[in-house]
Write a protein that binds this ligand. Structure first.
Ligand code: NAP
Ligand code: GCO
Length: 264
């Protein structure tokens, strides 16, 4: 029988204080997993813990910056001690900086690459040895439309998310023989705090031009919601996807399939 259950599994979802990470952690918990999550701000941590509690989801929450190898090592050790060896890692924590490339400081570029690409390497490196010992593991990297496409102002983000797609394929290639599957989820345009500036109403109450642009580029004719990522995440975390490896599952309402509306 097809098995989507995550009962008895331990999952770490990075950056799951709100937004996409929160919805993915909720979905994994509802499928039976025990959840650990992290973020950087104490305020976000406390608000998130209260939100998980309202849903009846027990969590272990950590203040941990995923770019810091020592903080990640301490968090992973604590999860192993209190919940057990991690079965499922979701590399979700990420940031974006929308700055034209010629105006972007190299430190800003590096910060985006550090959080969006180097950190998934750091956290995966910390959990893979436990997965090898346990005989299985699932790593899900949260990629992007920008793993495939470019646009003005997001050079660092696109470079990082394109790199994350290839890190995904490389982890799959390097550790597939240990029964570790590493796949990506590529969300389309999802309504979260990260994309809020692109949806802000104009002074006259009309839609932001980028908001209308995204709706016109999306066959589903709407922004995605964090909830749209829940089913795909459970699939990629479960035994049902044991022969799916190195794949990026785009959850984009059809954006990547679409050439755009023909002119009238
Ligand atoms: P978000 O609303 O800005 O949430 C980001 C989360 O990551 C927060 O919990 C944040 O908490 C945490 N975080 C950021 N940097 C961190 C760090 N260095 N260490 C630990 N935690 C950190 O973002 P989102 O829109 O949900 O996006 C989640 C992921 O999906 C990101 O990788 C993003 O690039 C990707 N994505 C988003 C969209 C979209 O349309 N929204 C589409 C495709 C892909 P703290 O601030 O407290 O650290
Ligand atoms: C942007 C957006 C994105 C999305 C997402 C698309 O400014 O173009 O913020 O890049 O958040 O990653 O999949």
């Amino acid at each position: 029988m097809v098995n989507f259950s995550l009962k008895g599994k331990v999952a770490l979802v990075t950056g799951a204080a709100y937004g996409i990470g929160f919805a993915i952690a909720q979905a994994l918990a509802e499928a039976g997993a025990q959840i650990a999550f992290n973020c950087r701000s104490t305020e976000h941590l406390e608000t998130a813990k209260a939100a998980y509690a309202r849903l009846g989801i027990p969590v272990r929450g950590y203040i941990c910056d995923v770019t810091k190898e020592d903080e990640v090592a301490r968090m992973v050790a604590d999860i192993e001690e209190h919940l057990g060896v991690i079965d499922i890692l979701v590399n979700n924590a990420g940031i974006i900086k929308r700055i034209p490339m010629t105006e972007m400081k190299v430190e800003e570029f590096r910060q985006v690459v550090d959080i969006d690409l180097t950190a998934p390497f750091i956290v995966s490196k910390a959990v893979i040895p436990g997965m090898i010992k346990k005989g299985h593991g699932k790593i899900i990297n949260v990629c992007s439309m920008m793993s495939e496409l470019g646009r003005e102002t997001v050079s660092a983000y696109a470079a990082a998310k394109g790199g994350l797609k290839m890190l995904t394929r490389n982890i799959a290639s390097e550790y597939g023989e240990y029964n570790i599957q590493c796949n990506g989820i590529g969300p389309g345009y999802i309504a979260t705090p990260q994309t809020a500036p692109l949806r802000e109403k104009q002074a006259d109450g009309s839609r932001h031009p980028f908001d209308s642009f995204i709706i016109s580029k999306t066959p589903a004719a709407r922004w995605g919601t964090p909830e749209d990522l829940m089913g795909p995440a459970v699939f990629l975390a479960s035994d049902a996807s044991d022969f799916v490896n190195g794949h990026i599952l785009y959850v984009d309402g059809g954006i990547l399939a679409y050439i755009g509306k023909q002119p009238k």
